[in-house]
Design a protein around this ligand. Structure first.
Ligand code: ADP
Length: 388
């Protein structure tokens, strides 16, 4: 019998999965059901990266989930699923830790959908589908906001009338599962740095930074939504709200059109007119692609400095996410431009994608730590069933 926990990350048209054993950090299998709908594709691989045969009805999330489970059961007959952990974007103002989901919790989380309309409903649909498919198996919700919920008021609020803060219009911050993982890794690998003031740059398709002081998040570049802060693949990052008023008043754009603009047509894609993908931009070399890269680096530098100011200084910078873990150019641009703050950069270490990319004597070390949100979810699922 194979005792395991499953992690699910349900998006609008994708379902990312990982199957973890009852103990240990390496997953038994990982995969994604992508482009869920008429052209759905399902890819599962085992620990060694070898494909796991999988097929099924991928026209919806429930079919995709059934196909994943059927493939895992064929591979591990007697699979005993102990718990299922879910990535949920929004836990609201009060949730600081994962929660085992029942009908009441589900209703509570549904009430937060207006705060994250593009993500929360899909996350919850994933939980509902898993509850239906596995009645009796604990479903554990892990929130991207939870790690940030201890922010001081000044980093939790906008200067809006107080009533809006009270009804939940706050700077929540996201990517919390990633930051939790990095904080934990840092505590193991470099406890002295982890006890200090660290800026973590999670740079992927979505991108944000977090100021972590003595292991606790104190500020984040993302705010009420996952739009604020850094520019991203297709999202604007910080934008003057006056622009939105202009688009509504002068161009007659609707909320749906503005949402589409801010979430899907801006960022690297909007600036470059070419792609949302950093690799493509780096290879393109067109003036617009170079400007998009330049804008990203400039905003990253500004946010590192701003978050350092929030902590009264900086003892280390950590890169993670697809861009942070792989793009030598972005790391060199960001860290190199912040040498005045004491950040070090060793070009050879950076070129080698080393874990420490600064010289040994750097005043402020610069590290690269691959993130692992699935493992954070799997650990929470284990804890919920007494295996932690
Ligand atoms: P997500 O936020 O969807 O999880 P990832 O963390 O996988 O995304 O990051 C995707 C981004 O990482 C893309 O912009 C991709 O181009 C970029 N990336 C991945 N590898 C490299 C690389 N070698 N050089 C530059 N960018 C890279």
């Amino acid at each position: 019998m194979t005792r395991a926990v499953l992690t699910l990350n349900a998006g609008s048209s994708s379902l990312k999965v990982a199957l973890f054993p009852a103990a240990g950090d390496a997953p038994l299998a990982t995969g994604i059901a992508d482009r869920i709908g008429p052209e759905g594709v399902l890819k599962l691989v085992d620990t060694a990266g070898a494909p796991i045969a999988a097929a099924g009805d991928l026209s919806g999330h429930e079919g995709a989930m059934a196909a994943v489970i059927a493939a895992f059961r064929a591979r591990w007959p007697g699979l005993d699923l102990l718990a299922i952990g879910h990535r949920v974007v929004h836990g609201g103002p009060d949730r600081q830790v994962p929660v085992t989901v029942d009908a009441g919790v589900l209703a509570d989380l549904e009430g937060l959908s207006p705060f994250a309309p593009l993500h929360q409903p899909h996350n919850l649909a994933g939980i509902r589908a898993a509850m239906a498919a596995f009645p009796g198996v604990p479903q554990v919700a892990c929130f991207d906001t939870a790690f940030h919920r201890g922010h001081p008021f000044v980093h939790d609020t906008f200067a809006l009338p107080r009533a809006l803060y009270d009804e939940g219009v706050r700077r929540y911050g996201f990517h919390g599962l990633s930051y939790q993982f990095i904080a934990g890794e840092l505590a193991m690998r470099a406890p002295a740095l982890a006890a200090g003031r660290v800026v973590v740059a999670h740079l992927g398709n979505g991108a944000s930074m977090c100021a972590i002081s003595a292991g606790r998040s104190v500020a984040s570049t993302m705010g009420f939504s996952a739009l604020d802060g850094l520019p991203m693949g297709t999202r604007t990052g910080q934008v003057d709200p006056g622009v939105l008023l202009y688009l509504m008043d002068q161009k007659g754009m609707t909320a749906a059109q503005i949402s589409d603009l801010l979430y899907r047509r801006s960022g690297f894609l909007g600036l470059s007119g070419l792609s949302n993908d950093m690799r493509t931009l780096e290879a393109a070399g067109t003036p617009a692609a170079e400007e998009a890269i330049g804008y990203f680096i400039a905003r990253c530098q500004r946010e590192v400095a701003a978050l350092a100011a929030d902590m009264g200084g900086i003892d280390a910078l950590v890169f993670c996410g697809g861009i942070g873990e792989n793009s030598r150019r972005i790391r060199a641009g960001v860290a190199g431009g912040l040498a005045w703050m004491g950040l070090g950069l060793d070009p050879d270490r950076n070129a080698a994608n080393a874990r420490c990319i600064s010289p040994d004597d750097a005043k402020v070390p610069v590290l690269v730590i691959p993130t692992n949100e699935e493992l954070v979810i799997a650990r929470a699922a284990r804890v919920a069933v007494g295996l932690g």
